[in-house]
Structures are given as C-alpha cells and as structure tokens.
Design a protein around this ligand. Structure first.
Ligand code: HEC
Ligand code: HEC
Length: 342
C-alpha cells in the first residue's frame, strides 16, 4: 500500500478514532465508571436508559465541570477534542441509540410546590435538598440497599450541565435498570414534574471545604522529654476512646531489636466505630488509617508531636462527606496533640 493511502485510511478509520476515546476513557473514567461503563463508584454510563436521556452537550459539560464535592473531578486538562473522543467511545456501547438534543428553555413550574413533592417522593433517595445519597456504594462489610448511589442534584456540576428539559425527561421516564423510578410509578403528574424541575433548579450547591489556610501537618511542641511525651500521646488517645494498636520507631525492623532510633516514634491507634463509619463513607479513607501520631526529638533536643492534617488529605478526594469525617479526625488529632503537650 502506498504511504499516502495508508495515512488517509488511518485518518478516516472510525475504529482508530474510537481507540483514542477508548484510551482516554480508560485513563480518566474507567476507575470509577467501570472498564465497560458498567458502573462502580460512578454511575453506569453504558446503560441504555442513561444514554437515551443524556445529550452529548450534557456529557461534555459533565466531564468539564465534574461534580464538586461528589467525588467526580472536573477535567479541565482535557481538550474539547479529547472530550468529544470520550463521548464517541461512550456512545459506541449503545450504537443504535440516537443521543437526544434538548431545547434550552426553562420550564415554568412552581418551586414551592416542587419542594413539597420532592420531599415526598425524592428526598428518601436523593437526600434533603438534593444533597445526594450517602457513601460511595462500595462497601466491604455488608451489602447495601441501593446498588447505585443516588446523585446529588444540588450540585453545581450537575446544575451547570443538565438543561431543564433533560431533568424533566429523567423524572418522567426514570432510569430502567437503576433504582430511579418513573414519575408515573410515583403518581407524579406532568405539571408536578415541572414544579419539581423548578425546585431542583432553585437548589443551592453545598458549600465546599475551604482548605486554603490548612497546613499539611499538625505540630505541637512538647514541654516533656521524649519518653514522657510518647506516654502522654498514648494516654491522650486512650482518653479519647481510641485503642492503641502499636508504636514503632522509624527504623524498626530495619535495624537490630533494641538499636532503633530514639528520636522518631510513631504511635498507631484506632477507634473501630469511627473506622467503619469512615470506610462506609469512602473506602479511600483507608489511606489515612489507622490513626497515627509521631513524636520526634530534634537535633537540638526539642520534642515535637505531629500528625498529618486530615483536612488537607481529604481534599484530594473531592468528597464532601469525607471532608466532614476528616473534619472530625482533625478535631481528634488536635485534641490529642493538645492533651499530650499540656
Ligand atoms: C429509589 C430511589 C430513588 C428515588 C425515589 C428517586 N431517585 Fe432519582 N435517581 C436515583 C438513582 C439511583 C439515580 C442514578 C441512576 C443512574 O445510575 O443513572 C437517579 C438519578 C436521577 C437524576 C439524574 C441525575 C444525574 O446526575 O444525572 C435525576 C434528575 C433524578 N434522579 C431526580 C429524581 C427526582 C426529581 C425524584 C422524585 C420525583 C427521584 N429522582 C426519585 C434514585 C432515586
Ligand atoms: C473518581 C471517580 C470518578 C471519575 C474518575 C469520573 N467519574 Fe463520572 N461520576 C462519578 C460519580 C461518583 C458520579 C455521581 C455523582 C453524584 O453521586 O452526585 C459521576 C457522574 C458522572 C456523570 C453523570 C451521570 C448521570 O447520571 O447523569 C457522567 C456523565 C460521568 N460521571 C462521566 C464521567 C466521565 C466521562 C469520566 C472520565 C472523563 C468520569 N465521569 C470520571 C465518579 C467519577
């Protein structure tokens, strides 16, 4: 084959264009939405009912904005062409479904009536004021009642992406093969759907944690010597209902027993109730666990107690609920540091 023809074929081949979207999808989306769009932490994108409701415009905006505070990150680093390629790949799972196109006109509903209807029919799943279902849908220890976590509707990313007409369509039809029921099933009339859409449109996004002033680690100076400080840290943790797990010198296991450094001790502790609650919110919290406070003796003999700042770590995960749990962790760590150095 002549090179020019070969290149022309390459450029024209839809399979190769799809391969590009495929790679981008695998890199950026598959971890949460599943390799074949079957869903996971993120909702199933391959589902026929979803594809028949989501416009390409909605998909593009959703990818751009993400869902602030609801795990899905914004993809500002992707070019418009990248996003179109990903959408092309997502559509390849349902080649016979023609993507809908919605008008951008606002529905004329009554938001006050809409709120009542929402509280009656929707908030049991989507949460009061549309904050969304709790957790990630991924659980280690027990089955959960909803296989798919109901999305947040008060979310800035959702509200900036979905037109009124699309929200109307989702409520009217529900989503087959997900827990999302059709309006008819709930006894909700077409006029009432308009009221609900107007209410959803009026929702205020949940505030996001502000970590701009948060240090990466929490540090307190200890007035006690090294061994006393370690003992104080343990007593403080136990006093706050933690169970001590172990303490470990920085080089323990790397040097002979008894020869470990006497300047860097990590105290590990755990509270099982807190641990299970936190893991149910987001299994990635496992990266922070068990709780750990480090006691350090500096070269000039000063003793410091320090821990990670859970608020800073949590921020990486774009999860409001995790931010709240880490706010609690932050308080606990701060109290232990204060108590131990009092
Ligand atoms: C039994 C639980 C349940 C009830 C009740 C319910 N939903 Fe849902 N809803 C879901 C789930 C789960 C999804 C995600 C479906 C999916 O995976 O595509 C969803 C999706 C949606 C979406 C699409 C959101 C998005 O991010 O694309 C909208 C809009 C919505 N629901 C509105 C409503 C409204 C309004 C009501 C009340 C009239 C309602 N839902 C009742 C569970 C529920
Ligand atoms: C870190 C996990 C994560 C990643 C990565 C991620 N998503 Fe999501 N996505 C989610 C979650 C979680 C939701 C539901 C948000 C909620 O519960 O409020 C969601 C929602 C969506 C929705 C809205 C679904 C609906 O019902 O309307 C679309 C579309 C979507 N994601 C597409 C993508 C695409 C495409 C990518 C890759 C470019 C991607 N997501 C990357 C977790 C993720």
């Amino acid at each position: 084959m002549r090179p020019a023809i070969f290149i022309a074929l390459l450029l024209l081949s839809p399979a190769l264009l799809a391969a590009d979207g495929h790679a981008l999808y695998q890199n950026h989306c598959a971890a949460c939405h599943g390799l074949d769009g079957q869903g996971g932490v993120g909702i199933p994108l391959a589902l026929a009912a979803f594809q028949a409701q989501a416009s390409d415009d909605y998909l593009a905006r959703t990818i751009r904005h993400g869902r602030p505070g609801r795990i899905m990150p914004p993809f500002s680093q992707l070019s418009d062409a990248d996003i179109q390629a990903i959408i092309g790949y997502i559509r390849s799972w349902q080649p016979t479904i023609k993507p809908p196109v919605y008008q951008d006109t606002a529905v004329a509903g009554n938001a006050i009536t809409g709120k009542k209807l929402f509280d009656q029919h929707c908030s049991s799943c989507h949460g009061a004021n549309g904050v969304g279902g709790r957790g990630t849908g991924v659980m280690f220890s027990r089955p959960h009642d909803l296989p798919i976590v109901p999305p947040a509707l008060n979310n800035s990313g959702f509200l900036a992406s979905a037109s009124d007409a699309m929200i109307h369509s989702v409520i009217a039809h529900g989503r087959s093969n997900t827990p999302m029921p059709a309006a008819k099933l709930l006894g909700v009339t077409p006029t009432q759907i308009n009221d609900i859409v107007s209410y959803i449109r009026s929702l205020k996004p949940a505030p996001l944690a502000d970590i701009s002033h948060e240090p990466a680690i929490l540090v307190a100076d200890s007035p006690y010597n090294y061994d006393e400080t370690i003992a104080k840290v343990k007593a403080a943790a136990v006093g706050m209902n933690f169970r001590l797990i172990r303490d470990q010198a920085l080089d323990s296991g790397l040097v002979e027993d008894g020869k470990e450094t006497r300047s860097h001790m990590m105290v590990y502790f755990c509270n099982f109730k807190f641990l299970y609650d936190a893991l149910a919110i987001d299994p990635r919290v496992g990266l922070f666990l068990p709780c750990r406070v480090t006691v350090i003796k500096t070269a000039d003999g000063k003793v410091k107690v320090m821990s990670i700042n859970p608020k800073r770590l949590s921020h990486i995960f774009n999860n409001n609920e995790l931010d709240q749990a880490c706010e609690e962790m932050h308080k606990l760590y701060t109290s232990i540091l204060e108590e131990a150095t009092l």
